[in-house]
Design a binder for this molecule. Structure first.
Ligand SMILES: Cc1cc2nc3c(=O)[nH]c(=O)nc-3n(C[C@H](O)[C@H](O)[C@H](O)COP(=O)(O)O)c2cc1C
Length: 154
């Protein structure tokens, strides 16, 4: 039976979306039923509906979320009473190390989800401008851990 999986992305120029689509494609190959959502069209409540979530986001401005995802960011990052003990997650952060606040938005989500009680099942990966190889490695790492957990649960 395929297992539901939430893949959320925040993007401005499309890089995070292409990583999210790649993750969704691998998920389907591995027997998951991924739900791909743009943070721009989503609300934090979606995190209550899944037990596994992958978050992929870039950073803009002075370490800020991509345009259009500010509401989602506020709801997740600045919401101290949001409880997510049921959730396991991993974050892929895209950025550019020329900027002082490298991958800050992804770092903020990673810390906030942990603070809300969620379990980080795979370490965050911070990608520089050549994001494709680290993105692929993160996707492989994420699905390797999920596969191990499935074997244990079987
Ligand atoms: C105007 C501008 C501001 C940026 N600010 C940051 C930043 O503060 N920190 C960072 O790590 N990357 C920053 N970046 C780099 C982007 O996050 C990076 O190019 C990323 O791959 C874009 O992904 P996206 O296409 O999913 O939006 C900035 C890029 C631009 C064009």
């Amino acid at each position: 039976m395929s297992k539901p999986l939430l893949i959320l992305f925040g993007t401005f120029s499309g890089n995070s979306e292409s990583c999210a689509e790649k993750a969704a494609s691998v998920a389907r190959q591995r027997g998951y039923d991924p739900v791909l959502e743009n943070m721009m069209d989503s609300t934090a409540d979606v995190l209550m509906q899944f037990d596994t979530a992958l978050l992929i986001t870039s950073t803009y401005g002075d370490g800020d979320p991509p345009d259009g995802t500010e509401n989602f960011y506020e709801q997740v990052v600045n919401h101290p009473r949001f409880r997510l003990e049921h959730l396991r997650y991993s974050v892929l952060a895209l950025g550019d190390s020329c900027y002082d606040r490298f991958c800050q938005c992804g770092k903020d989500y990673d810390e906030a989800l942990e603070a809300h009680g969620a379990t980080r099942f795979h370490t965050r990966v911070d990608c520089d401008i050549d994001y494709e190889d680290p993105c692929d490695a993160w996707i492989e790492g994420v699905f390797a851990i999920l596969a191990e957990e499935r074997l244990l649960a079987a």
